[in-house]
Design a protein around this ligand. Structure first.
Ligand code: GLU
Length: 278
């Protein structure tokens, strides 16, 4: 097996549960054989993230037996990197400001009578896509809050067909169309998950991106962003999702299955690793 650089990239929005443990152990396992395992903190959303959970994440992962180089990359400290990527996309004429509220979008979708649903929700119906540039610039200059969306049609025309490789599922033809004109900078946060994760994986030299099957569709979009930003292209591997006894994915509601609760209940790290599938 190649020596891969991998990472586990949680958002500090709560305590880690067994699903996270599976994801972290999966990434670390792929970096065995002389690779490197990184921990990255995806904390660009100041409303959902709590700094206190960062220390808890580190403590729980160390208890599980994982190690990673310091200092950690914390996304909130690298907003300049995301701004530079957005500036590049803007230079290429691939971004447009979107002033819509959720209500505007919902109203438009209702009037249209249907809206294809993408992995991140209903597809944006394109209200702001064709705003006259002088109007968009004036509204932005006046401080009207806006998101920045990718003009997907133009982006695809620029790159042409793209491929990417999943270690288990083989070569894929990138199809980011289910995301439509995806948001790359939010109104309240100057980057979106898709942009930040793509930029970070490149800057940190990640060569194997591991994430859950639930994010398989996102990898198609990230391949497009890599091409637009001239970033190196990693390989991917998507892991299964652990489910609780009711067949549902682990989530915050599984309070009794946080690593902290399991440890307090007397479980050993190797018992918890086994529960997480390792
Ligand atoms: N931060 C993302 C999450 O907590 C995962 C990052 C990724 O692997 O794409 O779901």
């Amino acid at each position: 097996m190649a020596a891969f650089v991998t990472r586990f990239a949680p958002s500090p929005t709560g305590l880690l549960h067994l699903g996270h443990a599976h994801s972290a152990l999966f990434a670390a396992h792929q970096a065995e054989n002389g690779g490197r395992f990184l921990l990255r903190i995806e904390d660009i959303d100041p409303v959902r993230c709590r700094p206190g959970f960062i220390a808890a994440i580190e403590e729980d992962l160390a208890w599980l037996g994982l190690a990673w180089p310091q200092p950690l990359r914390r996304q909130s400290r690298h907003l300049d990197d995301y701004a530079a990527a957005l500036a590049r996309l803007e230079e290429l004429g691939l971004l447009y400001p979107c002033f819509c509220t959720r209500a505007d979008i919902a109203r438009e979708i209702e009037q249209a009578g249907h809206a294809p649903h993408g992995p991140d929700g209903p597809l944006y119906p394109g209200l702001c896509r064709d705003l006259p540039p002088h109007e968009a610039a004036a509204r932005r200059a006046a401080g009207q809050p806006c998101a920045l969306r990718l003009n997907l049609r133009r982006a695809l025309a620029l790159t042409g067909p793209l491929r990417w490789r999943d270690l288990d599922q083989g070569w894929q033809t990138a199809d980011p169309s289910p995301f439509g004109d995806v948001v790359l900078a939010r109104k309240d946060v100057p980057a979106s998950y898709h942009l930040a994760v793509t930029v970070d994986d490149a800057l940190q030299g990640v060569t194997l991106v591991t994430r859950g099957q639930d994010l398989f569709a996102a990898s198609h979009l990230h391949r497009l962003l890599q091409a637009l930003l001239a970033l190196p292209v990693p390989t991917w591997r998507h892991h299964r999702l652990l489910v609780d006894e009711t067949g549902k994915r682990y989530a915050k509601r599984n309070q009794s299955l946080t690593l902290r609760a399991l440890r307090d209940a007397g479980k050993t790290p190797s018992e918890v690793r086994a529960m997480a599938g390792f």
